[in-house]
Write a protein that binds this ligand. Structure first.
Ligand code: PDD
Length: 275
């Protein structure tokens, strides 16, 4: 069961318009929510981010945040989803292709659930990554549909036989193709400040809170690819990856080349936030 344009209906009954501005311009916004035990994780944080993105790109949301929350909860129930994700997308609407905002069009809402098990293997075993220039625009804090650079970057990682790509601007590490990145050096956790160059990840915020509760010093400061190579530990955070250790970057081991002690502490605390 999907939600499309104000109603619940089956995927086969959805009639998408070729004039949807999502197709022509990537003119839309989205969120990916995690569902654990039939419950949406951190719904308020996701909905606040959605509202902020909508307002920054000037899409008038057709529902309040709490109405959207209710729709997504109903969607999860209708699909009897226990463990998985909810994808929500809102485009500016349908109109013949022209760059200016159309005068009279309704935003188009699409939402659906997917069964997705927790990626326990990579959470425990870690992943390998490569570094790559971050060629995205300067509003990476907005969760918009324009993901071509992210798609290209992720594919470059897979083509290199690794799972993820760490993006950098002139040597300053920003984030990954669909996750944030943190390193540990001398017991201090470093992550890029939540400014216009990264997505303000919901998981990032949860992990920073957990770090503080574990008395880990947190520095929301930039670090370089060189500092990443020299880090004691590194991991990515995100709705779909939770806290996944990076064991190797550009073919070089990070720290001992195994999930680090602080990473593992954060991982076990993280599980308590949803179980
Ligand atoms: N991506 N950075 C980028 C570029 C992302 O696309 C994401 C999430 C994150 C992590 O944010 P959060 O913790 O709120 O999931 C960071 C989603 C999962 C996606 O595009 O599929």
């Amino acid at each position: 069961m999907y939600f499309y344009k104000n109603q619940f209906l089956s995927k086969n009954d959805i009639q998408l318009s070729p004039d949807d501005r999502g197709y022509y311009f990537g003119d839309g916004i989205y969120e990916v929510f995690r569902v654990y035990n039939g419950q949406i994780y951190e719904p308020q944080a996701h909905l606040q981010r959605l509202e902020r993105t909508a307002s920054e790109v000037r899409i008038a949301l057709p529902y309040t945040a709490s109405e959207i929350g209710d729709i997504l909860t109903e969607l999860v129930h209708k699909n009897k989803l226990v463990e998985g994700t909810v994808y929500l997308q809102i485009t500016r609407g349908e109109a013949p292709r022209a760059h200016p905002f159309p005068a009279e069009t309704e935003p188009v809402v699409l939402a659906y659930c997917s069964v997705v098990p927790r990626p326990v293997a990579s959470i425990h075993k870690g992943i390998h990554a490569i570094t790559l220039a971050d060629i995205r625009w300067l509003r990476c804090d907005l969760k918009t549909l324009n993901l071509l650079p992210n798609v290209m970057a992720k594919q470059a990682a897979l083509d290199h036989g690794v799972q993820e790509v760490v993006l950098h601007r002139d040597g300053i590490v920003t984030e990954c193709s669909a996750s944030n990145i943190m390193i540990i050096k001398d017991q201090v956790l470093y992550t890029h400040p939540a400014n216009h160059l990264i997505l303000h990840g919901i998981t990032r915020a949860v992990v920073l809170k957990l770090a503080l509760s574990l008395a880990i010093t947190v520095q929301e400061e930039t670090f370089t690819t060189e500092q990443l190579y020299q880090a004691d530990e590194a991991f990515i955070t995100g709705t779909t990856v939770e806290i996944t250790p990076i064991l190797q970057i550009d073919g070089k081991p990070i720290g001992a080349g195994a999930p680090g002690p602080l990473t593992q502490k954060l991982q076990s605390e993280f599980v308590h936030t949803f179980s």
